[in-house]
Every structure is written in structure tokens, then in C-alpha cells.
Write a protein of this length. Structure first.
Length: 255
């Protein structure tokens, strides 16, 4: 008698999953991700409807086939979701939401995957609207937007920046780092840059106040000097007048 095996029913693993990403290749890769993450979190500090992460696993398959299904973007942003800490991004625990924006930081060992398999994954499975990659050493930078189900390359503006319609921000290279820029062209600062800018502003205000004080002191000194010269001239005239009177000459009749 042939026994019929019941079909395997896929089971969802627990949603509270830890991220399982390999270490970053270089310090420059780490620095780049820190810049992207901290600058966007600072810029959107008043928003509570997004989640941004770096080097965090995205779990999207109920089968959890690691080699095929676990693809952790270097940097990603999910919109219209709760802003809170997560150990990983678990799609089935997040109302089926996938990243709206993905940025891959290329390296010699990952570039082919980022440009090939991952690009297809983000296009065909995740349906991620905006995808960018950047090489922190060669400065290679490219972006794509999902149009009718396929990625179309984003055309750069005059500054060679690429527009993210999802973020409503530009991405572009500044001091050999990939950065965000506002629609008006302002650099989206990291918290450290904002603090430095504030310190510089305070220092400039201090210098301005000091310069104004020095100018006021100089003006006061000029006024004092003029007053002293006038007083000296008055005293000199008084002495001359007294001498003329002593000689029997009326100074008022001179002249």
C-alpha cells in the first residue's frame, strides 16, 4: 500500500528575528552608512512615520531560505510605518511593507551582486521604487526608479545629483561621500555637522559682538582724543590771552 505524504505546510518563523548581516568591508563603508542614517534621522526628527536602517537584515520569506531569500541592503528606508527600534525588518510582521528606497555601498567583492541579483530582487520581488548604488572609492554612482515594473535610470541634474521621488530629496556626492540634499540644494547635515555649524554660528556672533565692541571703543577713544585736543587748544588760547592782557594788549582788538 502506497502512503501519500501530506503536503508540507510552510510555517512562518518567529517575527522577533535578529539581523544576520556580514561585517562591513572597510571603515569607509561604515562611515558612509553612518552619514546616511544619522543625517536622514536628524532631518526627519519631527516625523514618526518612517524607518531607516543600515546593514540590517530584511526577512521577507516564510521559508527563510537563507541563501536565496535573505538579502540585507546596506541602507534602506521604509515609509508610512512606525518609527521605532527593530532588530531586523520582518516583512510579514510589518503589514507586508518592503523598503521604499535602497542604497547599496559597492565594493569589489559585492558590486556584481548589487548590480545583478540584488537589482532584480528589488525590482521584481520587493518592488522597491528607488534604488541607488555608490562606490566609496571609485565614486561610481547610479540610481534607478521603478517605472511600469522595471527600473529606469535616473537622469542627473546640473550638480550630478539624482532625485529620489520617495524621499523628496536629492542624493549626490559631496567631499567623496554620498549625501542627501534638499530640493533647494542644501546639504542634509549629520548631527555632528549641525552642532559644528551651530558652534561656528555662535563663534561668528561672538566675533561680531567683539568687533562691534572694538569699534565702539575706538569711536569712544577718537571722541576722547578730540575732546582732549579741544581742551588743550582751549587751555592754550586762555594762556595766550592772559599773556596778552599782561602786556596791556586787548586780545579782542587783535586782528
Amino acid at each position: 500500500m502506497v502512503q501519500i505524504q501530506p503536503p508540507e505546510i510552510p510555517t512562518f518563523p518567529p517575527g522577533d528575528l535578529w539581523s544576520d548581516e556580514p561585517p562591513l568591508e572597510t571603515y569607509r563603508h561604515l562611515e558612509e552608512l553612518i552619514i546616511l542614517l544619522t543625517s536622514l534621522n536628524r532631518f526627519w526628527s519631527d516625523r514618526q512615520n518612517f524607518f531607516a536602517a543600515a546593514n540590517l537584515t530584511v526577512y521577507y520569506s516564510s521559508q527563510q531560505r537563507k541563501n536565496q531569500d535573505l538579502r540585507g541592503p546596506d541602507f534602506f528606508v521604509v515609509l508610512n510605518t512606525e518609527r521605532r527600534e527593530r532588530k531586523s525588518w520582518v516583512v510579514w510582521e510589518e503589514d507586508g511593507k518592503y523598503p521604499n528606497v535602497v542604497v547599496e555601498i559597492l565594493s569589489d567583492s559585492t558590486a556584481s551582486v548589487d548590480k545583478g541579483d540584488k537589482k532584480l530582487l528589488y525590482q521584481d520581488v520587493w518592488r522597491t521604487p528607488d534604488y541607488f548604488w555608490f562606490h566609496p572609492y571609485t565614486m561610481e554612482f547610479q540610481g534607478f526608479t521603478l517605472t511600469q515594473g522595471k527600473y529606469v535610470e535616473i537622469s542627473p541634474n546640473e550638480q550630478s545629483w539624482l532625485w529620489s521621488n520617495e524621499l523628496q530629496l536629492y542624493l549626490g556626492i559631496f567631499n567623496e561621500r554620498l549625501r542627501f540634499f534638499t530640493p533647494s540644494g542644501e546639504l542634509v547635515q549629520t548631527p555632528e555637522e549641525e552642532a559644528d555649524a551651530e558652534r561656528q554660528k555662535v563663534e561668528l556672533e561672538r566675533q561680531k559682538t567683539e568687533l562691534e565692541r572694538q569699534r565702539a571703543d575706538a569711536e569712544s577713544q577718537r571722541a576722547d582724543a578730540a575732546s582732549q585736543r579741544a581742551e588743550a587748544a582751549s587751555q592754550k588760547n586762555a594762556i595766550m590771552r592772559q599773556k596778552l592782557l599782561e602786556l596791556g594788549i586787548n586780545p579782542d582788538e587783535i586782528g
